[in-house]
Each structure stands twice: as C-alpha cells, then as structure tokens.
Design a protein around this ligand. Structure first.
Ligand code: ADP
Length: 263
C-alpha cells in the first residue's frame, strides 16, 4: 500500500511531540497509473493513422500526385485513416462522457422497448451484413419487453456487439439476437457463428484497447474500445455482461438490464 505522511509538531517548540497522519493513497495512485496508461494507449492509437496520413501526403507532394492511379490509391488510404481517427475520437469521447457520468450526474433513463432498438440497429447495419451474406435473426418474446435504459445507449451497445459479430463472422454465417424476461430483468443475447475468441483472451476482451488479433481488428476497422464501451454502459445501467466463446464455432454475448417499472 502507498501512504502519504503528514508530520505536524505539537506545541510551539515541538517539545510536545509530533502528530503523524497517514493517508492511504493506494487507490488514488492506481487511478493515476491507469489514467496515464490510457492516455499513452490513446496517443499511440491516434499516432498510427496520423503517421500513415503524413507519410502518404508527403509521398503525394513528392510527385506521386502526378500519377493518377497512384494518387487515387494514396488519397484513398489517407481518407480511410482519417475515418479511423474519427471513429477513435468518437469512441474516446463516448468513454470520457461515461466516465464523467460515473463520478457525477445520473443518466436519464426511460422505458425502452428492446424490439424497437434492436430492429433499428439490424436495419442500420444491413449493408454490412448483407455484403457478407450473413443471416441475422431477431428472436423476440411474444410480449414486448421494455428495459429501463437510455435508448441511445442501448442502441450503442447493440451496434457495437452486432458490428463485432459481423466483422468476426465469415461469409454465409449466422447471427442471432434474442431476448427474454428472467424474473425482474431482461436478458439479451447476441450470438454469432464466427471465428470465436481463444480462452486465454476472454478475460481481457472488455479492457480498453485490448484486441485478440491486432492486425485483423485494424483491417476490420476496429478501435479496440467497442467492448469497453459496451461493458461501461451496461454496468452504468445496472446490468451485467458475460461472454462465452469457442474458437471456430462462435461467440455469445449475454447481458442483463433492469426491466422498466411498468411491467
Ligand atoms: P475491436 O474494435 O478491435 O473490435 P472490441 O473492443 O470491440 O474491439 O473487441 C475486442 C476484441 O475482442 C476484438 O479485437 C476481437 O478480437 C474480439 N471480439 C469481439 N467480439 C468478437 C466476436 N463477436 N467474435 C470474435 N471476436 C470478437
């Protein structure tokens, strides 16, 4: 443990002894270390696309700009890397606002119909899953189920989970989004028949910037922050998230959320 020590002499000449105060700053120090690590990681992640953008811009200025085919290729790379930076900054801002909320204001919650949000997300991502000829199935209970949430947050959770399922499931695979009531909670499951996650990586996948395969995540346009955001949102809403996965068979994320009071 780490202590900060304060010494105060008692009496004018110090002859009455010294008051010693020990202040346990272990937790504070851990938070500071985590913050420093996060800033270092974030800077590194932003630096990577920035280096590519600078490099290709310099090559264009050096003359490649006069060769149309090459110029198109390089400008496309610059555009894609700028997109990546954009996604990264969006994710970082989202985490920062979730962190701020944790230490302060309450989230504004309202009864949120799962079907409405899930159907909108599946539609929103339809270009991506159709391009890979994936089948996406929504399995809803007979009675509509509403959770106490913020619709934008629930949308974000489902976008991040489905986006991963699409990214990490080979062509022709299956994705299932299913939900049901279990006592006073709603349980939501997002299951895919994708590449799966090795057991040794499972404990870390919700960590900020953790990726099983860096190159694959990069190629798929990942930021390594998607699941950290998902977990943060679910926990802020009073739920829990779990994952079960088998390499080459698929991955299942299951999360709970409190039911809206009207039910
Ligand atoms: P990324 O932006 O890299 O996808 P995430 O935080 O969303 O970052 O996910 C962390 C890592 O967990 C991913 O890099 C990937 O290796 C793994 N992962 C997440 N979802 C899935 C999934 N459905 N199937 C296989 N691997 C997954």
């Amino acid at each position: 443990r780490v202590f900060q020590v304060f010494l105060a002499p008692l009496g004018n000449d110090g002859g009455d002894g010294v008051l010693t105060v020990f202040h346990d700053i272990t937790v504070l120090q851990e938070i500071q270390e985590r913050q420093a690590e996060f800033v270092a990681n974030a800077s590194h992640e932003l630096k990577t696309p920035l280096t590519a953008i600078k490099g290709f811009a310099a090559t264009l200025l050096d003359g490649a700009i006069r060769e149309p085919a090459l110029a198109t290729k390089f400008v496309t790379i610059i555009h894609d890397e700028a997109e990546r930076m954009n996604r990264l900054v969006d994710d970082l801002l989202q985490l920062a606002s979730l962190d701020a909320r944790e230490t302060g204001q309450q989230a504004r919650l309202e009864p949120t119909d799962i079907y409405k949000v899930a159907a909108a997300v599946v539609e929103e991502l339809s270009a991506q899953w159709r391009a890979k000829r994936l089948s996406v199935l929504l399995d809803a209970p007979a009675r509509p189920l509403a959770v106490m949430a913020n619709p934008d947050w629930l949308r974000q959770v489902l976008v991040n989970l489905l986006d991963n399922s699409i990214k990490y499931t080979p062509e022709g695979g299956k994705i299932l989004v299913k939900w049901w009531q279990a006592s006073d909670k709603a349980v939501v499951m997002v299951q895919d028949s994708g590449i799966g996650i090795p057991a040794k990586d499972l404990p870390f996948i919700f960590d900020r910037f953790y990726r099983v395969d860096r190159a694959r995540s990069r190629r798929a346009g990942g930021t390594g922050l998607g699941l950290a955001i998902v977990k943060h949102i679910i926990e802020t809403l009073g739920g829990k998230i779990d994952v079960v996965s088998e390499p080459d068979a698929g991955t299942t994320f299951t999360f709970t959320l409190p039911l809206a009071k009207t039910q």
